[in-house]
Design a protein around this ligand. Structure first.
Ligand SMILES: [Zn+2]
Length: 164
């Protein structure tokens, strides 16, 4: 396997992956702009969780945890309602990768082992096949060129023979 080819392919994968993530983020951003309450809910969820966690640690008051759960589920319900009204789900904001197996990273982890994904293997195979094909064509072209040159040289030789 050619290292430069693999490097180039992985570079393309990285670009493809970043683009999918950017598109998903933009989609979410646009949706949040149209529904500013969503952003508020997310902020509230984040800051509320943090402050409650801090209070529980400081006061050891377990009731706060109950409050947090109630408030959290209220906010999540409100969020879900907004999604439902817009006929959208949170999954719609996930990046859409070309390969669902490796999420366009080129590698998958199986039984704690990282291995090349079938999509990357196929691309490498296709590229190597193409390179071989080009080489064969170039080889044929070189032979043809050689034959033409030989014929030309023979003709020139005979022409010179006649002239001399
Ligand atoms: Zn893949």
């Amino acid at each position: 396997m050619n290292n430069a080819t693999l490097k180039q392919l992985l570079n393309e994968y990285e670009i493809k992956r970043s683009q999918a993530i950017l598109i998903a983020e933009k989609k979410k951003e646009d949706f949040y702009k149209k529904n500013p309450r969503l952003q508020e809910i997310d902020r509230e969820l984040c800051s509320f969780s943090l402050s409650t966690a801090k209070s529980i640690l400081q006061t050891n008051n377990r009731d706060l945890l109950k409050d947090l759960k109630v408030k959290r589920s209220e906010l999540l319900n409100e969020k879900e309602e907004i999604y439902q009204q817009s006929n959208i789900s949170e999954k719609d904001f996930l990046p859409i990768f070309e390969c669902s197996q490796c999420n366009d990273t080129g590698y998958i982890t199986k039984d704690n082992k990282t291995e090349m994904c079938s999509c990357l293997k196929q691309k490498l195979f296709d590229l190597e096949f193409l390179q071989e094909k080009i080489l064969k064509l170039l080889e044929r072209f070189a032979i043809l060129l050689y034959l033409i040159l030989m014929i030309l040289m023979i003709r020139i030789y005979f022409l010179l023979e006649i002239l001399v």
